[in-house]
Design a binder for this molecule. Structure first.
Ligand SMILES: *[C@@H]1O[C@H](CO)[C@@H](O)[C@H](O)[C@H]1NC(C)=O
Ligand SMILES: *[C@@H]1O[C@H](CO)[C@@H](O)[C@H](O)[C@H]1NC(C)=O
Ligand SMILES: *[C@@H]1O[C@H](CO)[C@@H](O)[C@H](O)[C@H]1NC(C)=O
Ligand SMILES: *[C@@H]1O[C@H](CO)[C@@H](O)[C@H](O)[C@H]1NC(C)=O
Ligand SMILES: *[C@@H]1O[C@H](CO)[C@@H](O)[C@H](O)[C@H]1NC(C)=O
Ligand SMILES: *[C@@H]1O[C@H](CO)[C@@H](O)[C@H](O)[C@H]1NC(C)=O
Ligand SMILES: *[C@@H]1O[C@H](CO)[C@@H](O)[C@H](O)[C@H]1NC(C)=O
Ligand SMILES: *[C@@H]1O[C@H](CO)[C@@H](O)[C@H](O)[C@H]1NC(C)=O
Ligand SMILES: *[C@@H]1O[C@H](CO)[C@@H](O)[C@H](O)[C@H]1NC(C)=O
Length: 408
């Protein structure tokens, strides 16, 4: 059903498809775990019965490592016995990126396997960086991958507050479940994936696939492609990923990405207002406020969430792991990507690890052909990585932009 509104919104998205993105940061191979913090505390946000390990424990217990194929594995402890008294929780992992990502970022997440099974609740998501005194969801949340128990499809969501909705008639392949993103208590504006094999045993059997996020001033869009359907733009640029590179083989032209699974155009939610800088989070919890709610747990799983799964020797968690070849971030803003290259080449004094800040700096005349990507300066907040002097950043960014001037 194409209403005039839908056609208008579709046209708006197609306009963004002309965008070119520049390599910013890559998490892959032996350096995958550089640039993340391990939570090192119980799950005090979704109240799953897990203890998220520290980096040292993750390494000691092989809960986060790079396997022989060179892929990152992030998993639930399936070798320890947890008593049914509930005093001791099962160990799992929650990673938070040190880098922050703002409006103007593109994320490409390649996974071969994602955690599933009764009680299992994995997610790959963006958590807004709260300013002092703010409480969630004041800085927003973008859920790219999230599902529970024996669900066979992924579910995407935005979490925000009053004034942010999923506009009616959006062009997306997924199925909207809730369109109000105002979410001080509930589930956000959710979209169920309708493509096959986006989660669970089906995802793993199909060789996994790729999830992508376009976080743009004009809207937020999320894609999923099974292994056999990944666009050529993604498969052909992967090996040439080089932070800051403007080379044709390294930049990402998303014109072949097709219709997104979930679409949240700015006509329903002002992205720059509701979604400041975000940190990327990868976690696996067990039971808790979604997977463990009895009426939800009972829909696909037997017994009770804690006693039938977490308690015991853990042998039921053999499938509760991520296997991730890569997560790549791109920047719409050529100046930012050039800055990353400048830093990586030793041009700036960095603290060493994969650092980065969001895109969306305020240079005009960026690669965005539809114009108007200027983000408010507040979009780049302190509080993420590299919270050092903003003035220093501006100087480096301006210098790096000159390097790219001939390409723009
Ligand atoms: C969760 O626990 C950690 C570590 O104790 C603490 O720093 C953080 O503020 C807590 N978060 C919430 C939302 O309570
Ligand atoms: C699991 O965690 C929830 C939330 O913290 C808690 O209420 C419950 O007692 C825990 N279950 C067990 C068996 O420990
Ligand atoms: C947003 O959610 C809050 C808390 O649930 C509620 O009080 C308010 O009426 C909601 N506003 C809108 C516009 O949905
Ligand atoms: C999804 O799988 C079902 C059952 O295997 C099949 O009938 C259907 O054609 C598939 N849909 C798509 C879009 O591939
Ligand atoms: C992106 O790819 C499309 C399709 O091949 C092409 O028409 C367009 O010119 C490309 N954009 C840029 C900036 O190279
Ligand atoms: C969206 O929010 C930004 C930042 O608050 C503001 O500058 C801009 O004018 C808003 N756009 C619209 C269309 O309201
Ligand atoms: C682990 O527990 C399961 C379920 O109780 C049981 O079937 C299995 O034999 C146990 N495995 C080991 C190695 O003890
Ligand atoms: C834990 O799961 C892995 C697969 O993820 C499996 O290879 C291993 O045998 C399991 N360990 C136990 C003790 O069940
Ligand atoms: C470049 O280095 C500066 C100084 O350390 C840092 O503030 C900035 O975040 C870095 N930029 C990128 C894109 O890594």
């Amino acid at each position: 059903m194409h209403t005039p509104l839908a056609l208008f919104l579709g046209a708006a998205w197609l306009g963004r498809a002309a965008a070119i993105y520049y390599p910013l940061i890559e998490y892959s191979g032996t350096t995958f775990f550089d640039g993340w913090d391990f939570y090192g505390a119980i799950d005090n946000t979704t109240w799953g019965n897990v203890t998220y390990v520290t980096a040292a424990d993750a390494e000691a217990e092989s809960l986060a490592y790079v396997n022989e194929a060179g892929n990152a594995v992030i998993r639930v402890d399936n070798g320890s016995t947890v008593l049914p008294d509930g005093i001791q929780y099962r160990k799992s992992v929650r990673l938070t990126s040190q880098a922050t990502f703002s409006v103007g970022t593109l994320l490409v997440i390649d996974a071969l396997h994602m955690p599933y099974g009764c009680s299992v609740w994995p997610s790959i998501w963006m958590n807004g960086v709260l300013a002092p005194g703010e409480v969630w969801p004041a800085a927003g949340e973008i859920d790219i991958v999230e599902a529970i128990n024996l669900m066979d499809n992924n579910q995407m969501a935005l979490h925000s507050y009053a004034g942010c909705v999923q506009a009616p008639g959006v062009v997306q392949s997924g199925h909207s479940l809730i369109t109000n993103c105002n979410d001080t208590t509930a589930s956000g504006c959710t979209v169920a994936e309708t493509k096959n094999n986006s989660f669970g045993a089906g995802f793993a059997a199909a060789g996994g696939g790729v999830f992508a996020l376009q976080f743009d001033v004009a809207g937020i869009w999320i894609w999923f492609w099974g292994r056999a359907s990944i666009p050529a733009s993604i498969t052909t640029t992967a090996s040439a990923f080089e932070p800051g590179s403007a080379a044709g083989g390294a930049t990402m032209n998303i014109s072949d990405w097709g219709t997104p699974s979930a679409a949240y155009p700015a006509s329903g939610c002002n992205i720059t207002e509701f979604f400041p800088a975000q940190q990327l989070v990868v976690d696996i919890t067990l039971c808790g406020l979604w997977a463990g709610l009895p009426e939800i747990y009972d829909a696909t799983c037997p017994g009770t969430c804690f006693l039938s799964n977490i308690a015991g020797n853990g042998s039921n968690y053999g499938a509760a792991y991520f296997e991730i070849p890569s997560i790549r971030a791109y920047a719409l803003d050529a100046g930012l990507a050039a800055e990353a290259q400048y830093n990586a080449s030793g041009g700036a004094q960095t603290t060493g690890s994969a650092s980065g800040a969001g895109a969306g700096a305020s240079e005009t005349g960026s690669a965005d052909q539809s114009g108007g990507t200027t983000a408010p300066s507040g979009a780049r907040r302190a509080g993420g990585v590299g919270g050092e002097g903003r003035a220093g950043w501006v100087a480096v960014g301006a210098g790096a932009l000159v390097v790219l001037a001939g390409v723009l």
